[in-house]
Every structure is written in structure tokens, then in C-alpha cells.
Design a protein around this ligand. Structure first.
Ligand SMILES: Cc1ncc(COP(=O)(O)O)c(C=O)c1O
Length: 387
């Protein structure tokens, strides 16, 4: 009999992948499914990016690269951060990794351990809580409030920080809520954190380019007083419709970059060379495909929020970013998981129960609007007919 390590029993998962598998199985069995569960853009990666990867392969980029990523790409990331966040960073603090998730995995492996606490948004991306538990640390939920547009209350967060707190995870714009933390709330949090110089901050800004109604992106890197302990997580998956390429980056504090690079060497050696050249073309090439995609998401956002608010028992606050709507479904009298199953099996609409994103997600469903307006309208019609 084999004996997996105890930490394996602590590892959670991302149920979105299970819903995806179930939706696919139903489709293969002949059911017509509209998938509003999936967390990836429904657009193709722009052609010039695909061509750059093909060219890199033709040009013979077949070997290992430096473990932290090719120098041109790390410089391009630094230039992109200067362009979009107005912050100068050292390209030597950039670690190119296979997807956005890897930065959170490494941050938790480096900072979490038994006897420490890590704060995370709830409802939030499920891998945060999973990885906190896996690391041995104690997860401390940072509640997000619907009546604040799914922002946290900085005073409440600060009241939970103590001598054991190692790391605070932030995510704005957010999955699953589409919420955007207002600058004033971040200002209050950062001012309070100045009293806790040992606490690191992991800022997951993977949806930074997907903001609506002219909202600016506020990066945690933009705060001088805590910059030396911010780990920035970003990547190409969402911005350039590149989820399947597996490409992301972290900007690490100077004190942590060597450890993070060592984890990369132990784990994956380096990211696929051709994919790194694709990432370079994405950052340095035309950005109109990004703007077009965000404009399309914005249109769909308006449609889905309007439609969701017309369903009996649903009410949906307007999401300010990402491509998710997170309606409150308590008015239906049905719990989130039961409703998720009913909508999939009876209406042929895939959604994700709010509880997949933490205990505080009860009473909500996540809808991704990475689907056409026609499909969104058709899905809403089916839900109305089903309830
Ligand atoms: C908030 C958040 N962070 C990170 C990721 C991971 O991105 P990647 O697919 O690049 O690993 C996701 C993906 O859904 C996400 O929603």
C-alpha cells in the first residue's frame, strides 16, 4: 500500500474543470449545451502571435532557455509594466513561468508553512485556498461584499492581520465576481500594512487589461511604501486569449527572486522556448486585438447583467472587470450547487456554483460571458423557462 504525504489530503481543486468535463460529456451524448462556465476568452490567439511561435520553431529555438526566461521577454515585460502601470521594475526581478497559476504556487511554497496565516479573497479563485492549505499555512478568509461591488473592507482585513500573517493575496479585477477594488480601499489597506513590514502581498492582476466604463487599473506595484514586498502575478492567458499556451510571469521582490528561480529550476527548468517568442510578439506587437476583445466583452457584459436581473430570484450587480457576472440567486430558494446541476441537466446551461470559489460563495452562481451575445440570450431564455 502506498502512502501519499499528508499534504496531499489538503489539496483542493478547480471545479470549473469538472463542470467543463460534465458539459462535454453531455454534449457528446447529444445534448445542446451553452457553456457559460468556462474561464477563458472565446477568441483565437491573434495571428501575429501564432506566427511568431511558428517562426521561433523554424528558426531553431528548440533548446532550453535561461530558467527565468529569455532576456528580451523579461525586458518586454518590464516595458509593458512601465506602459500600463507606470512603474519601473528591474527585468531581473521577472520570472517567466508556464501560466499565471505557477506564480501563486511558488509564492505559497515559499511563504506558507505550518504556524503561519495567509489571507485570501472569498469568494475567490479556488487555487488560493487550496495552495494555502497544501503549504501547511492556515487560510484566513478576506470576505468580499456584494454591496461594495465585491470589494473587501480594508479595516476588516487589517483587523485580522497579526504576527503570524505571512502573506495577503489580492485579486482585482477578480474571478469569480468581476469585482474591482476601488483605489481608496487599496489606499487604506496599504496604509495599514505599513505597520506590518514582514507581511508579503501577492497581487493577482491577470485581468488588469479587462476593465470597463473607463475604470483605471490600480496595481499594487504602484505603492512605493510596500513595493519591496509585492509579488505581481500576471500573464498572457486572458489578455491575449492564450490559455492553452501556458505562459505567465511574476515580478518578485529582490529578496525572493533567487528562491523563485530555484523553484523553477527544480520544477520545469524553463518555459517552452517558442511560446516565449510568442509572448514577446504579444507584448511588442499591435494591441488592437486586445481592445477589440475587451470591447466585445463589454457589450456582452451589459447584455448578461440586464438578462440576469430579469430572471425571477436573481439579482446581479454590475461587474467592473474580467469576464464574469456573479448574480445573487438566494431569491430562487435553491442552493448554488443544486441550481448549477439543475441548469446544466435541465436547461443545458453550464455555470459554476459560487461555493466552488469558497464558502462565502453560497447564494451565487458564476456566469462567464466568454460566449456570443446570441448564446447568452438563448441561455437566459432557457433559465427563465427552467425556473
Ligand atoms: C484570478 C486568476 N488568477 C490566475 C489564473 C490562472 O491563469 P493561467 O491559466 O495563466 O494559469 C486564473 C485563471 O482562471 C484566474 O482566474
Amino acid at each position: 500500500m502506498m502512502h501519499p504525504a499528508h499534504r496531499m489530503s489538503q489539496l483542493g481543486t478547480e471545479t470549473a474543470f469538472q463542470v467543463l468535463a460534465r458539459a462535454k460529456a453531455l454534449e457528446e451524448a447529444g445534448q445542446d449545451i451553452i457553456n457559460l462556465g468556462i474561464g477563458q476568452p472565446d477568441f483565437r490567439t491573434p495571428d501575429h502571435i501564432v506566427e511568431a511561435a511558428a517562426k521561433a520553431l523554424q528558426d531553431g529555438h528548440h533548446g532550453y532557455t535561461a530558467a527565468n526566461g529569455i532576456a528580451e521577454l523579461r525586458q518586454a515585460v518590464a516595458a509593458d509594466i512601465a506602459r500600463h502601470r507606470g512603474v519601473e521594475i528591474d527585468p531581473d526581478c521577472v520570472l517567466i513561468v508556464p501560466g499565471g497559476k505557477v506564480t501563486m504556487f511558488f509564492a505559497l511554497l515559499m511563504l506558507g508553512e505550518a504556524g503561519t496565516e495567509v489571507m485570501y479573497p472569498n469568494p475567490g479563485f479556488p487555487i488560493y485556498e487550496s495552495m494555502i492549505r497544501f503549504s501547511g499555512a492556515t487560510p484566513v478568509a478576506m470576505p468580499l461584499h456584494e454591496d461594495r461591488g465585491f470589494a473587501f473592507d480594508a479595516e476588516d482585513v487589517l483587523s485580522k492581520v497579526n504576527a503570524n500573517t505571512r502573506l495577503i493575496i489580492l485579486n482585482s479585477p477578480a474571478n469569480p465576481t468581476g469585482g474591482v477594488i476601488p483605489r481608496a480601499e487599496l489606499d487604506r489597506l496599504v496604509a495599514g500594512l505599513e505597520a506590518y513590514p514582514d507581511v508579503a502581498i501577492l497581487s493577482d492582476e491577470i485581468y488588469a487589461r479587462m476593465l470597463y466604463d473607463g475604470r483605471p487599473h490600480v496595481s499594487l506595484l504602484d505603492y512605493d511604501s510596500i513595493r519591496d514586498r509585492v509579488i505581481l502575478l500576471d500573464g498572457w492567458s486572458k489578455t491575449y486569449a492564450m490559455t492553452g499556451w501556458r505562459l505567465g510571469y511574476g515580478v518578485w521582490p529582490a529578496d525572493l527572486i533567487a528562491g523563485a528561480t530555484r523553484l523553477a529550476i527544480n520544477c520545469h527548468s524553463c518555459v517552452n522556448a517558442a511560446v516565449q517568442y510568442a509572448g514577446l510578439a504579444a507584448l511588442e506587437g499591435p494591441q488592437d486585438a486586445v481592445a477589440d476583445m475587451v470591447a466585445a466583452f463589454d457589450q456582452r457584459r451589459r447584455v448578461i447583467v440586464d438578462e440576469l436581473n430579469r430572471i425571477d430570484g436573481f439579482s446581479c450587480v454590475e461587474p467592473g472587470g474580467a469576464f464574469y457576472a456573479f448574480p445573487n440567486i438566494t431569491g430562487t430558494g435553491i442552493d448554488a450547487h443544486t441550481l448549477q446541476d439543475r441548469l446544466l441537466n435541465e436547461a443545458g446551461v453550464a455555470t459554476i456554483a459560487g461555493t466552488s470559489f469558497g464558502a462565502l460563495g453560497e447564494g451565487y452562481l458564476r456566469f462567464s460571458y466568454a460566449n456570443s451575445i446570441d448564446n447568452i440570450r438563448a441561455a437566459m431564455g432557457r433559465i427563465r423557462a427552467c425556473l
